[in-house]
Design a protein around this ligand. Structure first.
Ligand code: PEP
Ligand code: MN
Length: 262
């Protein structure tokens, strides 16, 4: 069970030599979408140098409009694997439905996106494999519903679930979503699972990402997932919220300096 009263000890998720959970803070970074082999390898090298310990990149993209870029799909997965070979970084990428799972054999961490948080068939199927999962909170889901979705995965035998707060819908329109910072300590009190924050999708605005990242650290997040791109102005998805590689390096430096100061 994900409930801390049933299972009091913190769950630590280890993947490719990287451990995430209470006391083990990690930064997942990379572009919203994989756009080419050279792009993802270049971004991977840069974010690794800056301090990221896992590489993200979407190959199958859940886009609001069917006319928007849908991701490079299988080719995107191949390029991610090339970036993993080039840098050693474990990779995190979204699986949109259970029929895609056979393609994800060499992927280190499966991402379940906000739009799929209550896709119970997908949750059950990823629960039947042992691969670590980043489960993103649905943008209209309560914390109780979020935890129940994690329960679907754990109940099928996969304990390696990382919860990701990525902002929820509110009346506010100036940000893409509203980052629910209280979800972080609440989730950590209610459950033993690692909790990370995605400030990029929460804000939708690049300039807010550093402040929200630091806020996430302050409320006890076990990690961050940050969109970082080689050329945000020309990104095929989510450019407005993506840090460029220099901004990402600066943010990592700031977070590291704060951790050393504590
Ligand atoms: C993403 O991580 O690129 C993504 C689509 O996130 P979310 O599911 O949180 O919208
Ligand atoms: Mn995105």
């Amino acid at each position: 069970a994900v409930n801390r009263t049933v299972h009091p000890a913190d769950t630590l998720v280890t993947v490719g030599g990287v451990t995430i959970g209470e006391g083990y803070f990690q930064v997942i970074a990379g572009p919203c979408s994989v756009e080419s082999e050279a792009q993802i390898i270049g971004v991977a090298r840069s974010v690794k140098e800056s301090g990221a310990t896992l590489l993200r990149g979407g190959a199958f993209k859940p886009r609001t409009s069917p006319y928007s870029f849908q991701g490079l799909q299988e080719r995107g997965l191949e390029y991610l694997l090339a970036a993993k070979r080039a840098t050693g970084l474990p990779i995190v990428t979204e699986v949109m439905n259970q029929t895609q799972l056979p393609l994800f054999g060499d992927v280190d961490v499966l991402q379940i996106g906000a739009r799929n948080m209550q896709n119970y068939d997908l949750l059950k199927e990823v629960g039947r494999c042992r691969k670590p999962v980043v489960l993103k909170r649905g943008f209209s889901s309560t914390i109780e519903e979020f935890l129940m979705s994690a329960e679907y995965i754990v109940a099928e035998g996969n304990p390696n679930v990382i919860l990701c707060e990525r902002g929820i819908r509110t009346f506010e329109t100036m940000t893409r979503n509203t980052l629910d910072l209280s979800a972080v300590p609440l989730l950590k009190q209610k459950s033993h699972l690692p909790v990370i924050v995605d400030p990029s999708h929460a804000a939708g605005i690049r300039s807010l990402v550093p402040a929200l990242s630091k806020a996430a650290v302050a409320v006890g997040a076990d990690g961050l997932m940050i969109e970082a791109h080689n050329d945000p102005a020309n990104a095929l998805s989510d450019g407005a919220q993506s840090l460029d590689l220099d901004q990402f390096r600066d943010l990592c430096g700031e977070i590291r300096r704060r951790a050393e100061f504590e």
